[in-house]
Ligand binder design. Structure first.
Ligand SMILES: *Cc1c(COP(=O)(O)O)cnc(C)c1O
Length: 399
């Protein structure tokens, strides 16, 4: 870790966004018609987010509908295997089964206040589609979910849930039929329909989405900090999260970014390994560039074409990444590692067997990274963000 850089950044609050910029990353790289909509949304969000009645409403639904605060669970058996204390932040226990609902509740409350007539969203693993369709049902709003055909095949249960919740599901055959293609299709619909609210599910895309999603997910780390101080009387030594677009990771990390002695680790969907075209490890193997409206890292070749991606976890199978994580990587505030499909499957089975908790295959990447990093650190205390539950993954042949 480069402490000089970190000290400087901590002093200047450099990890926060200034008008949608994280250092040189972030921004709004979109056609003019979209720029007007997004500037309007950014203004509305900045003005509304700290209003006491908005915050009260947001926290009311998180508590009564989502079931927050999520527990911070001491994983005794996993700790024995790792050789040091591990806590799991149980986002898997949220209503609908993952952290995604924190963000959808926040954004849909904004949409309602803006007078939007319809909600659209993209989905990869289907978790964001389910969370959005759920929030739309809760507030009686019309909802369209865009999903790649390939993802729809590997996440059948979530497709059924979305339909049952009353949303329309629109399958896209473009590209590889994964998250990137669903985002393109949803953005197209958003541009063409003026009264639609685009409810983006991860910390990606143009300003204000990274700031907005980061804000609504930061509840995870705020709770975790309070909980670990209550149980251990001190801050943790290490934080671990898996990272697709970056939202569950930034959710846990935000409240600890300026705590210099807390080490931060994120696990990317490494697929078959460090081979471009067979991986989704964007920060480990990509390079800076503009992709889907923001300047961040992306998995691109020398002609700036996007490589096909692969990860066993649909939620991590994306060639872009949050601009805030790009900054955290460049400043060495957080470390990003590639975890392969095989390593994730091993941890998926291990956690199920030793703790009685079936994790999402996405979250299993974070468990695998923790077990790799926590060798010979007997006095450490760590928190792993268990971003979701694995019900959606058990019927796949992961054995
Ligand atoms: C969507 C998803 C992820 C990846 O998205 P992030 O924005 O990086 O958090 C991780 N875990 C689960 C369970 C998901 O549903």
């Amino acid at each position: 870790m480069n402490t000089t850089i970190i000290e400087h950044e901590i002093k200047t609050k450099q990890f926060d966004s200034i008008d949608g910029r994280y250092g040189e990353y972030g921004g709004m790289y979109v056609p003019p018609i979209l720029e007007d909509k997004l500037l309007n949304l950014a203004g509305f969000f900045m003005e509304t987010k700290s209003k006491p009645d908005f915050e009260t409403e947001y926290l009311y639904y998180l508590k009564t509908f989502v079931g927050r605060p999520s527990p911070l669970y001491y994983a005794n058996n996993l700790s024995k295997i790792a050789g040091s204390k591990i806590y799991l932040k149980r986002e898997d226990l949220n209503h609908t089964g993952s952290h995604k609902i924190n963000n959808t509740i926040g954004q849909i409350l904004l949409a309602k206040r803006m007078g939007a007539s319809e909600i659209v969203a993209e989905t990869g693993a289907g978790q964001h589609g389910v969370a959005t369709a759920t929030a739309a049902a809760l507030f009686g709003m019309k909802c369209k979910i865009f999903m790649g055909t390939r993802d729809a095949e590997r996440q059948k249960m979530n497709v059924s849930r979305i339909k049952l919740l009353g949303a329309d599901i629109i399958l896209t055959n473009e590209g590889r039929g994964t998250l990137k293609d669903a985002v393109d299709a949803a953005l197209g619909y958003y541009i063409e329909n003026p009264d639609v609210f685009y409810l983006l599910g991860s910390q990606v895309g143009p300003h204000p989405y990274p700031t907005m999603v980061g804000h609504f997910q930061s509840i995870i780390g705020k709770e975790a900090k309070k909980q670990i101080i209550e149980t251990e009387g001190r801050l943790p030594d290490n934080l671990f999260a898996c990272i697709g677009g970056g939202s569950n990771a930034i959710g846990l990390f935000t409240d600890f970014l300026y705590d210099q002695n807390v080490a931060i680790y994120a696990a990317e969907g490494g697929g078959d390994g460090p081979i471009l075209g067979s991986t989704a490890a964007t920060l480990s193997l990509g390079k800076p560039g503009v992709f889907q409206g923001t300047f961040s890292y992306a998995l691109t070749d020398e002609n700036d074409n996007i490589y096909p991606t692969h990860s066993i976890a649909a939620g991590l199978d994306y060639p872009g990444i949050s601009p805030q994580h790009a900054l955290l990587k460049d400043t060495n505030r957080a470390s990003y590692y590639l975890i392969t499909d095989a390593e994730a499957i091993e941890s998926f089975k291990l956690l199920s067997k030793v703790e009685g908790i079936i994790p999402a295959i996405e979250s299993s990447h974070a468990v695998a990274l923790a077990l790799r990093v926590l060798k010979n650190k007997p006095n450490d205390i760590s928190i792993i963000n268990l971003s979701g539950r694995g019900d959606k993954d058990v019927e796949r042949d992961l054995m």
